[in-house]
Design a protein around this ligand. Structure first.
Ligand code: GLP
Length: 244
């Protein structure tokens, strides 16, 4: 869906998530959400907070799994995705702390593989992800699945692409401070979600959006693997859709 601006698009996307949460509550079972970070979903989170505060949307029945986290990364660092999620969403809603899952950037390096295996197990134990929210990086990454990530890849430690580190430089006050690695759900993990919602705004994303939607499936643009999924909603503003 192409909206005239990201404001309208974010409100519509938040509405879809709220509808899912309410539907699951009526069915008496939890809604399992896969969540993303970055500048793209911030307005959507703000709208979810508003729906909670002004329209009684409850997150008591919501379980979340975030896509990724820098590695290494302390949860209270300015750039941590734990801190991001608290700031934009979790501190302002009634979600139960035990229902929140974010890859742990403090796990000792020799225990990361086991941590990732357990993260996948927790997703399965929760019943799988009902709706996965995604942004897209200029490299064609989803989560932090950089070029080279295969369709069957699972949650793991990955080396960040140079372009991704350049794009993150301002958050870290210089590219040299951007971590070289991250923990990310795999492409295969993402593709197991029942529904996927990918958001992209602005002219900077237009070229990669075109490759994702119209290009051949290839691990040099991991987002192209979304073409295999039965239920993906790509939500764009006009600028991000400009090359389609
Ligand atoms: C980071 C995140 C991705 C996100 C991407 C795009 O790399 N790990 O999940 O989609 O940035 O970021 P932005 O939304 O700021 O353009």
């Amino acid at each position: 869906t192409i909206y005239s601006d990201s404001e309208q698009a974010s409100i519509a996307a938040a509405g879809e998530i709220a509808a899912l949460i309410r539907q699951r509550a009526r069915e008496g079972r939890p809604a399992v959400l896969g969540l993303a970070t970055g500048s793209t979903p911030t307005r959507l989170y703000e709208e979810l907070v508003r729906l909670h505060q002004e329209e009684g949307l409850s997150f008591q029945n919501v379980v979340t799994f975030n896509l990724d986290e820098y590695f290494p990364m302390a949860p209270d660092s300015l750039q941590s995705y734990v801190r991001f999620m608290r700031e934009y969403l979790f501190d302002h809603i009634d979600i139960r702390p035990e229902n929140v899952h974010i890859p742990d950037g403090t796990v000792p390096a020799d225990q990361v593989a086991e941590f990732c295996r357990r993260y996948e197990e927790q997703i399965r134990e929760a019943g799988g992800i009902d709706l996965q929210l995604l942004g897209i990086g200029r490299t064609g990454h989803i989560g932090f699945n950089e070029p080279g990530s295969g369709a069957a890849s699972r949650t793991r430690l990955i080396t960040l692409d140079h372009i991704t580190r350049t794009d993150a430089a301002s958050d870290f006050y210089g590219e040299e401070n951007v971590p070289r690695r991250a923990i990310t759900m795999g492409v295969g993990t993402i593709l197991e979600a029942r529904r996927i919602m990918l958001l992209a705004w602005g002219e900077g994303k237009a070229a990669v959006v075109k490759r994702m939607v119209e290009g051949d499936m290839t691990d040099s643009v991991p987002a192209t693997y979304l073409q295999k999924h039965a239920s993906v909603h790509v939500i764009l503003d006009e600028a991000a859709a400009a090359e389609l």
